[in-house]
Design a protein around this ligand. Structure first.
Ligand code: WTA
Length: 655
């Protein structure tokens, strides 16, 4: 298990504050229980009712759900027709929400812009026509590599409007990472900006795209948004400016009628092995599920200002900055900056400026802000806050308590939401108002979700016993596949425990029936809430001439949660030196992106392998954490060369 917790002594649950409960969507545990039981016992009726109530359909479905997990076939709302951008925009224009702020944008230096639902609709229609004019058709893939600017949701919704499948690439990724993704999904258009600004730093986005698109025949057009007016190259015939094309575009564009199972987007995420996988999400189930979870878990009200601090380049931004909130008709804040620039009170300053009511962030950001000191909070007015959320990694109970007492002033419930890129939406979380919380616990499943903790294929764990977290049956926003690789989809998620979706996380359920996540059980490292596959970092290292073999593990890090620690065996002719270490660290950064930068590199002459050649990461992890007592490393008898262990202990902290 990657994240081990100290036992939390406070046994008592924290009840939701009275003033919150009074206005909450769900007000009691009994209400939750009744609705939950109905959702699993009468699964199809429950989802049919929700789909009818929450989503506008052009044509109703014939059957709610059809699935065979043993074949990886999952269908929701069979033959139903709808359009996601219609549900996020057009339907609100017929209501009082027409002139309500849909998006509030806060720029890196404090610039600000607001788009009402009507204005956002107009921008989306125009950009949908720009995409059409550039040759994009229903089913085509469009890669988006943009900073956190309002044009990013505009581009997403424009794709959804015409039935193009977007694949967003986090704007911190390197040219090689862009190239891998663009090639894998064969994106014919890339949308980017000249540069990005984040925490006062400029990143050359267009330049990165140019490097990635060199000799890439699949890419026909690159649409470039002007963000900084920095100097860039525009390639004649391939590159066009966003603003010039928008001037020519009509502001009317009928939404395409999409099937409930037509793809909406592909989002790449890291796994245990190989290159990142293109997680595929479709239209109807994803929309319904993200909207419903937004409404129940964030308890959104019409006059709320809702802020999720994630980047839209990750799933949290897709589901809970863009699709869920906009489908719910909420006001969603898009923030370009970082928590600590120009000062560590940036988040609280934004909360004060816009009177944010609902605030959703990651434990890593909270740890950094807690560390910066409470003086950054004392002069800020946080009285608008009424609900707090976290996502991305297990939250340490100490940090949870700080969030509760210092930020929330004991008047805001905290929703610790557990989910994944693959799950599309939140699967385990308190429903504020109804579920008492407990520090460190994601608590209870959302409606229709049936989690189990397994010891092995045939046995469930006992109370308080940690095991594999799996989900029985599909839920509407479950991934439908790995783009272009059905076998990988089956092998990664559906084969280990037949009949169940395997999450890759460890968890246990306590005597209250509350779920607590304990961390990844596979070779995925969670760095600041971002998933990194050990295999990806290892292959970046061995690309370098100096490295013959590499093994990467996660080590506890007090702000990032986990950091990357790399063991490297050097090629003939290379000396172990501090300069080479720096070189290799920079090489990984350039090859994948800054989030993949190892904390440390440990040069070794051998790696602990079993006789069948498998690296024993358990040992590497312990040594990286500082364990020097060989007897505490667990069983080493199956190692091919047990003396390697002495060697890696001896060389720790040297080169
Ligand atoms: C971890 C992010 C504990 C988990 C939405 C999962 C969490 C991985 C939590 C998915 C949480 C996410 N408590 N762990 N509340 N939320 N995780 O795909 O290990 O970027 O498998 O999706 O983050 O990361 P992903």
């Amino acid at each position: 298990m990657c994240a081990e917790f100290k036992e939390f002594s406070e046994k008592d649950k924290i009840n939701p504050p009275k003033e919150f409960v009074e206005k909450a969507n769900l007000k009691s545990y009994d209400e939750y229980k009744k609705m939950y039981e109905d959702s699993v016992k009468n699964r199809e009726d429950f989802w049919a009712r929700m789909a009818e109530e929450k989503v506008d359909w052009f044509k109703k479905w014939d059957k709610v759900n059809e699935e065979d997990l043993s074949k990886g076939e999952i269908n929701w709302f069979v033959n139903g027709k709808l359009n996601v951008s219609y549900n996020c925009l057009d339907r609100h224009l017929k209501t009082h929400r027409r002139n309500k702020a849909a998006i509030i944008w806060e720029g890196d230096e404090g610039e600000s812009k607001t788009y009402t639902y009507q204005q956002l609709h107009q921008e989306v229609c125009k950009f949908a026509n720009v995409l059409k004019a550039q040759g994009v058709k229903k089913g085509d893939r469009v890669a988006i590599y943009l900073p956190m600017v309002p044009e990013l949701p505009v581009a997403m919704l424009a794709c959804a409007r015409i039935g193009a499948i977007h694949s967003i690439i986090f704007a911190g990724f390197s040219p090689d990472s862009i190239k891998d993704r663009v090639l894998d999904c064969e994106a014919k258009v890339i949308i980017t900006s000249d540069e990005s600004v984040r925490g006062g730093k400029i990143v050359p986005l267009k330049d990165n795209v140019d490097k990635a698109a060199e000799n890439l025949d699949v890419v026909e057009k690159i649409i470039v948004l002007e963000r900084t007016s920095g100097d860039i190259n525009m390639k004649e015939g391939r590159d066009v400016w966003w603003h010039e094309e928008m001037k020519k575009a009509d502001d009317k564009c009928e939404p395409e009628e999409m099937d409930a199972e037509d793809p909406l987007f592909i989002l790449y995420t890291s796994g245990s092995t190989g290159k990142p996988k293109g997680v595929l999400h479709t239209t109807g189930g994803y929309l319904l599920y993200t909207q419903m979870t937004t409404e129940y878990i964030f308890d959104i009200k019409d006059d709320d200002v809702y802020w999720c601090t994630a980047d839209i380049g990750w799933i949290t931004g897709h589901s809970y900055i863009v699709y869920g909130p906009l489908a719910s008709g909420a006001t969603t804040l898009v923030f370009e900056g970082v928590p600590t620039y120009p000062e560590p009170d940036r988040f609280w300053q934004v909360v004060e400026k816009y009177k944010v009511n609902i605030f959703y962030t990651a434990p890593t950001a909270l740890r950094a802000l807690k560390k910066a000191g409470d003086e950054w909070i004392e002069n800020r007015d946080l009285s608008s806050l009424r609900l707090l959320g976290t996502v991305g990694e297990p939250i340490n109970p100490e940090v949870w308590s700080w969030y509760h007492y210092v930020i929330g002033q004991e008047k805001c419930p905290i929703v610790d939401t557990w989910w994944q890129t693959e799950t599309g939406g939140i699967l385990i979380s308190p429903i504020p108002g109804a579920i008492p919380t407990k520090p460190g616990y994601a608590t209870v499943p959302f409606f229709g979700v049936e989690p189990l903790i397994l010891k092995d294929e045939n046995n469930e764990c006992d109370t308080n016993e940690t095991g594999f977290l799996v989900i029985n049956k599909s839920w509407p926003s479950m991934l439908r596949g790995v783009y272009g690789d059905h076998e990988r989809f089956m092998n990664t998620y559906l084969k280990a425990f037949p009949g169940y979706y395997m999450t890759g996380d460890g968890a246990f359920v306590d005597e209250d029936g509350y779920v607590r996540l304990t961390g990844r059980i596979d070779d995925v490292i969670n760095v600041s809430g971002h998933r990194m596959g050990t295999a990806e970092v290892e292959s970046a290292l061995v690309e370098h001439d100096a490295v013959v073999e590499a093994a990467v593990v996660g080590v506890p890090h007090d702000v990032k949660g986990e950091g990357i620690y790399a063991y490297c065996i050097l090629s003939e002719g290379y000396d172990k030196s501090g300069d080479l270490k720096k070189d290799l660290i920079n090489h990984v950064r350039d090859s994948i992106g800054p989030i993949a930068k190892p904390e440390d590199i440990h040069f070794v002459d051998g790696l602990p392998k079993t006789r069948s050649g498998k690296i024993m990461r358990r040992i590497l992890r312990k040594v990286a954490e500082g364990e020097t007592d060989k007897s505490k490393l667990g069983d080493t008898t199956t190692l091919a060369e047990p003396e390697v262990v002495d060697h890696i202990i001896d060389t720790k902290g040297k080169f």
